[in-house]
Design a protein around this ligand. Sequence first.
Ligand code: ADP
Ligand code: ZN
Length: 211
Amino acid sequence: MNLILLGKPGAGKGFIADILKNEYGFYHISTGALLRKNIAEGTQLGQVANGYMAQGELVPNDLVFDMLKDEIGKMKSKNCVFDGYPRSVLQAKSLAGIVNIDSVLFVDVPDDILIERVLSRKTCLACGNLSEIGQKDTVCKKCGGELVTRADDNLEVVTNRLNVYNESTAPLKEFYADKIVVLDNSGSVEQTKQKLNQIISDLLKKYGENI
Ligand code: ADP
Ligand code: ZN
């Protein structure tokens, strides 16, 4: 079963993907995390991507799609969760050419909560983990790596990321209208986990004989 996580910046796509990976064995592909890895390693892709990401703009699709295809080639699990791709109808069409998408989880959070969450979150430099990390933590609970504020998690860039979302990514809700399942992520971690478990067990019954 292949799932896409759709949602505004800070909606919690990474957090949901983590649960799908750890509790259901999904292969997690996060284009944002892959791009940040390229930046950290100073690759040519990373150098180009950095200019776009620092402004909150989308990295050109040909670059992201090549990177995504490489990552899909490494996939071991039969169940995959795409996090951060597609971000436009063009990207959705590219993806449709190489994999079948069973369902699209729309991670829903009101804008005021989103911005607050993005501005207060930290990311692990070593493993990219950003779930369940409070502002006061200094090391990653998962791997002990250093926690930092992501370069694009400031008010100016987040505001642009939300604009880019509204312009380029929001039309995907219509594109995937027959596949969308809404997951409300405005409550507590436990509430979200419960809702997610219900959704995933329903989807697995329908599509997921692979697990
Ligand atoms: P968030 O969803 O919180 O904004 P991500 O880690 O998914 O964070 O993405 C961070 C940035 O990486 C985006 O603002 C964009 O610049 C770039 N990026 C990630 N995925 C894509 C993609 N599919 N296409 C183009 N750019 C992307
Ligand atoms: Zn870590």
